[in-house]
Ligand binder design. Structure first.
Ligand SMILES: Nc1ncnc2c1ncn2[C@@H]1O[C@H](COP(=O)(O)OP(=O)(O)OP(=O)(O)O)[C@@H](O)[C@H]1O
Ligand SMILES: [Mg+2]
Length: 574
């Protein structure tokens, strides 16, 4: 909790005001039963209407004040709680943005969503309630106890029995509730995970007719969540009637002993009424305290889940005095090996090659041969396990991360667009690009041919994930977005797989003509996409099988020859 306190900074005044107002409310609450006893024992006993009216008015004023302070306190508490939660959410979001790919492999996206929504909300609510209950309960108990003692000390001895018993019951219930609350959070996580996975893949689910299966899977987790919630709630629900029983028992005891005192003339009837009210207040305060602890437990579970985010450091660290300029697009891999975090096997094994600035490199190889893994090391999406990757003659780990990534444009294999206009999506590549620049990039990526047909042009609306484009259109748009960066190195990871061969050829031609100085790396499944490259790497099981230009590889690489022949056959067959 201490780690989170700084995020309360902007709301400290509310956090202080809320309990103070609460104490005022309690004082007003406390005085009312006392006034009542005076009305009965003095006003009614002496048949003094004036006195009754006067005290009645004071009672009403007290009640109104209690209400006013109560409202203000609740308001301040809500501001402090939800403001606090918003600050924490902001920071958590910022942290997640800074996560490396390796961090993201570790946290499930759905769990991050739950943490940023549910858990932050819980922290806000718990803070709000704590600010109020933590103060209200002990003060109410204390004041009510004092008043009860003042009215009748001998009768107040019932507390010596009631308070320990109640406290014991509450402790037992709470100790059972804690593990349930932790489990509950976990169950919420699992339900969210399945909702998220299912909704993102809803089209696939439908096309495979898997609705029934998915519904069943969802139902299981949903039921588990319901059962845990029920268990947790029934514990809490159990507490209420038990405490009620204690309250009624106590009232009967007080009536019994108090009644005798009234008969004996040592106590007034009004005193007895107010005494009972105070006793009820003390016990209510105990319930409040138990709820408060319960909330605290719920909050603690959420806090620890938020702290997990806060305590996750990106492995991709920046050195103290980073290099702020990328000289050129030359690239070299020296003895590079790579192991995915959490994996035990080397995904890349001893990779060595050099590229001069402006050269075009093709990478080909069967699926799973680690092509994507290889290029992810260049913009430091992951860091090498062994060896080094250099861009412009400098180890990538020595660059300012932003400078490096601005100079190395990477069109990811699993790429996506974001909801907004086409122009907004393109500006990701360059914040202040003019429409002319955007159109030039779209033309280079052969995307202008369909974008120019839209009536809205660059204002055309992109749905979340770019769902309203075809696969090939989306790929061309993501290439254009990367081109806008005017990078020194551009990496296309299988970025034209959904584009027809003729358009693919046009893109390559445009690249050759317009991107002379830019080092280009093209990962492809089709030989035709890479055969004009200066160099081609053939990957096989995490190793470079061979490297050379098209003609050389046809001679020396059996794998390359086999891919080539299989694709030629396709052409002849068609
Ligand atoms: N985030 C990850 N965490 C752990 N292992 C991974 C991760 N991404 C990929 N791998 C593993 O690394 C190996 C190489 O994957 P990679 O994506 O580099 O292959 P690829 O050559 O790009 O394949 P494709 O042609 O299908 O795109 C695979 O065995 C894969 O299971
Ligand atoms: Mg790949």
């Amino acid at each position: 909790m201490k780690r989170l306190l700084p995020y309360m900074k902007n709301y400290v005044h509310f956090a202080i005001a809320s309990p103070i107002l609460m104490i005022l409310e309690v004082l007003a609450d406390i005085i009312i039963p006392y006034l009542m006893s005076l009305i009965v024992d003095v006003g009614i006993a002496n048949q003094d209407i004036n006195y009754i009216v006067r005290l009645g008015i004071i009672m009403i004023v007290s009640a109104l004040l209690a209400m006013l302070f109560g409202i203000l306190s609740a308001h301040a508490g809500a501001r402090a709680g939800f403001g606090f939660a918003a600050e924490i959410r902001k920071e958590a979001f910022r942290r997640v943005q800074g996560f490396s790919f390796a961090n993201l492999d570790k946290f499930a996206v759905s769990s991050l969503i739950t943490r940023l929504t549910n858990d932050c909300n819980t922290i806000g609510q718990v803070t709000m309630m704590s600010l109020r209950m933590a103060v209200r309960a002990p003060f109410l108990a204390l004041f009510a106890l004092i008043m009860a003692l003042r009215i009748n000390a001998s009768l107040a001895r019932v507390f010596m029995f009631v308070i320990p018993v109640t406290a014991l019951i509450i402790t037992v219930v709470l100790s059972k509730a804690l593990p349930l609350f932790k489990l509950l959070q976990h169950r919420v996580d699992r339900v969210n995970a399945i909702i998220q996975e299912n909704l993102i893949g809803i089209r696939v689910v439908k096309s495979f007719n898997r609705q029934d299966y998915e519904e069943k899977r969802f139902q299981d987790r949903n039921d588990a969540l319901r059962d845990t919630a029920l268990k947790a709630i029934s514990l809490v629900v159990f507490l209420m009637p038990v405490i009620n029983l204690i309250i009624y028992g106590t009232i009967m005891a007080v009536l019994w002993f108090g009644g005798r005192q009234i008969v004996a003339g040592t106590m007034g009837g009004g005193e007895l009424i107010s005494f009972i009210t105070y006793i009820t207040q003390v016990l209510m305060a105990l319930i409040l305290i138990s709820f408060f602890f319960m909330q605290l437990l719920r909050g603690a579970a959420s806090v620890s889940r938020i702290l997990e985010i806060f305590n996750t450091e990106s492995e991709i660290k920046q050195i103290d005095k980073p290099v702020n300029q990328v000289k050129d697009g030359s690239l070299s891999f020296r003895n590079v090996s790579f192991i995915y975090p959490g994996s035990s096997e080397k995904t890349l094994k001893n990779i060595n090659f050099e590229l001069e600035a402006g050269e075009v490199l093709g990478i080909i190889g069967s699926t799973g041969s680690s092509k994507s893994t290889l290029v992810q090391l260049i913009p430091r999406l992951y860091d090498v396990t062994e060896g080094s990757v250099s861009v412009g003659g400098v180890d990538v780990r020595n660059y300012d991360l932003k400078v490096l990534r601005d100079n190395v444009a990477f069109v990811l294999q699993k790429n996506t667009l974001f909801s907004g206009t086409l122009r907004e999506n393109m500006l990701w590549g360059k914040e202040n690009a003019s429409d002319e620049e955007i159109i030039r990039a779209l033309k280079l990526a052969q995307a202008w041919e369909f974008v120019s047909k839209y009536q809205d042009g660059l204002d055309y609306w992109v749905e979340q994930g770019g769902e309203n484009f075809s696969g090939g259109q989306k790929q061309r748009l993501t290439i254009a977005r990367a081109l806008l960066k005017s990078p020194k190195i551009i990496i296309l990871d299988d970025s034209t797989s959904a584009v027809d061969v003729a358009t693919d050829a046009k893109i390559q031609q445009a690249f050759r003509k317009e991107l002379k100085g830019v080092t280009t790396i093209i990962i492809a499944q089709r030989i035709s996409s890479v055969q004009h490259a200066d160099k081609i790497i053939v990957m096989n099981e995490g190793k470079i099988e061979s490297m050379g230009d098209h003609e050389t590889l046809l001679r020396v690489s059996p794998i390359y020859r086999e891919i080539y022949q299989s694709q030629q056959k396709g052409v002849v067959g068609a």
